[in-house]
Design a protein around this ligand. Structure first.
Ligand SMILES: NC(=O)c1ccc[n+]([C@@H]2O[C@H](COP(=O)([O-])OP(=O)(O)OC[C@H]3O[C@@H](n4cnc5c(N)ncnc54)[C@H](O)[C@@H]3O)[C@@H](O)[C@H]2O)c1
Length: 363
C-alpha cells in the first residue's frame, strides 16, 4: 500500500512484541528497527525481516512516520520530544516520564507538534480490565468508590546485566523511593473511575530484601480521586515471592475481585443476585465485553493477544482519522504523575501531595 505508515521500533526486547499487531494492520508496515546493541539489532531485524536497521535513533527518524519507544524509561521523554519535533507520531512504552520536569517538557512538545502521542498502557487493554470497564460504563456496579491495583513482580535479576553492571531498572524502577512503575496498576482502575487522581499519600514497608536500593520493598500509594473515590496501589519489584497483578473494584451495586493466583477465578458480586448467592466467576460475564472483543476484525486473527492489537489499532485509527488517541498525553500524565509525586509524600511520612492536572497548565 503506497500510503502506509512506516513504523520504526526502538528497543529490540519489548519492541518485538509490537511486530504482530503492526503486521496485522493493513495501513502500517514496520520498516525499521533501532537498538544501540548491534548484535541484538541484527538478530531481531533478521527474525522479523525488517529492511532497515539503525543504531542511531535520530538517524532513524527521517525514515519513518511513527516510532515505538520500547527503550529504558529515562529515554522516553527525550526520544518522544525528538520525534514530535520531527513530526513523527509516538507510541511510548510505560511510564511516560521519570520526573515532573520531563512531564512539562513532554506536554509542551505534544501541544506544539502536528504529530500524535500515546502511552502504551497495555493493562487498560487486558480482556478482564476491558470487561470490567464496560460493566462500569453500563452502570452494573452503580457508583464506583474504591479500587485496588497491585503489581508484584520480583525483577531483581534484571537490575544488573550479564557483566554485573546496573541496568536502567536499577536507577529508575527501584533506585528512587516512590511508587515507581505504577501505570499498569493505576491506569485501568482510573479508567473505571472515570476521573483523575487529585492527591496521593504514600508509605513503604522499609527496605528488607535488597538493601542497596532506595525503593522500599513494598510501596503503597493511596490515591484520592477528583470525584472523592479512593484507589489503593501496591507496587513491589523486590520481595521474594511469585508475581501477581491484582485488581479490585467496589461500587454501590456490586464489586469485583481479580485473581490472587493458584487457580483462583476472578469474581463478581452484583446486588441483583439472589440473596443467597455469593460470587460468580468473571468468565460468566463475557457477553458484557465490547462488541469488537466478541467479534474481532479478521485482521486481528493473526495477533495472539487481542489487547495488544486493539492498543495499536486505536492509535493508528487516531492518526488516520485525526482524532484524539484513547490514551493521549493528558491521560498518560494522569497515569504517570501520581507515582512521580508520591516521592514527596513518602519522604514526608505519607503527607498528602497534590497531583497537577496538565490540561490546565499554561506554558
Ligand atoms: N507494557 C509492558 O508490559 C512492558 C513490559 C516490559 C517492558 N516494558 C517497557 O518497555 C521498555 C523496555 O523494557 P525492556 O524490558 O525491553 O528493557 P531492556 O533493557 O531489556 O531493553 C531495552 C533495549 O533498549 C536498547 N536501548 C537502550 N538505549 C537505547 C537507545 N538510546 N537507542 C536505541 N536503543 C536503546 C537496549 O540496547 C535494549 O536492547 C521500558 O520502558 C519498560 O518499562 C513494558
Amino acid at each position: 500500500m503506497a500510503n502506509e505508515l512506516r513504523v520504526g521500533i526502538v528497543g529490540a526486547h519489548r519492541g518485538s512484541s509490537y511486530m504482530a499487531p503492526f503486521s496485522a494492520i493493513a495501513e502500517t508496515e514496520v520498516t525499521a528497527f533501532c537498538d544501540i546493541n548491534e548484535e541484538t539489532l541484527q538478530s531481531v531485524a533478521e527474525r522479523f525481516n525488517v529492511p532497515q536497521q539503525f543504531t542511531d535513533y535520530e538517524a532513524m527518524l527521517d525514515a519513518v512516520d511513527l516510532v515505538v519507544l520500547a527503550t529504558p524509561e529515562n529515554l522516553h521523554v527525550p526520544q518522544s520530544i525528538a520525534a514530535l519535533e520531527a513530526g513523527k507520531h509516538v507510541i511510548s512504552e510505560v511510564t511516560a516520564a521519570v520526573n515532573l520536569e520531563e512531564c512539562y517538557d513532554l506536554v509542551r512538545a505534544v501541544r506544539k507538534s502536528s504529530a500524535k502521542y500515546t502511552m502504551a498502557e497495555n493493562t487498560c487493554y487486558s480482556k478482564a480490565n476491558v470487561l470490567i470497564r464496560n460493566m462500569v460504563d453500563s452502570g452494573m456496579f452503580g457508583d464506583v468508590y474504591f479500587g485496588e491495583g497491585e503489581y508484584l513482580h520480583n525483577v531483581k535479576s534484571l537490575h544488573h546485566d550479564a557483566s554485573g553492571n546496573p541496568t536502567w531498572r536499577y536507577y529508575w524502577q527501584v533506585g528512587i523511593n516512590r511508587c515507581n512503575y505504577a501505570t499498569h496498576s493505576l491506569g485501568p482502575v482510573l479508567q473505571w473511575f472515570g476521573g483523575r487522581v487529585a492527591s496521593v499519600c504514600c508509605l513503604g514497608t522499609g527496605v528488607h530484601t535488597d538493601p542497596e536500593h532506595a525503593m522500599e520493598d513494598t510501596v503503597m500509594m493511596l490515591c484520592k480521586t477528583d470525584c472523592g473515590g479512593l484507589i489503593k496501589i501496591r507496587i513491589d519489584m523486590l520481595s521474594n515471592r511469585p508475581a501477581n497483578s491484582y485488581f479490585s473494584l467496589q461500587g454501590t451495586k456490586g464489586c469485583y475481585e481479580g485473581s490472587r493466583g493458584l487457580g483462583a477465578a476472578p469474581k463478581i458480586w452484583l446486588d441483583e443476585f439472589s440473596v443467597t448467592e455469593q460470587w460468580r466467576p468473571l468468565s460468566q460475564f463475557e457477553d458484557c465485553l465490547p462488541e469488537r472483543w466478541q467479534n474481532p476484525p479478521a485482521e486481528a486473527e493473526s495477533v495472539g493477544d487481542l489487547g495488544e492489537y486493539f492498543k495499536v489499532r486505536d492509535f493508528v485509527d487516531s492518526i488516520l482519522t485525526d482524532t484524539t488517541p484513547p490514551i493521549d498525553v493528558y491521560t498518560a500524565m494522569d497515569f504517570t504523575v501520581p507515582g512521580l509525586v508520591s516521592e514527596q509524600s513518602i519522604a514526608n511520612g505519607g503527607a498528602p501531595i497534590e497531583v497537577p492536572d496538565f490540561r490546565e497548565i499554561d506554558f
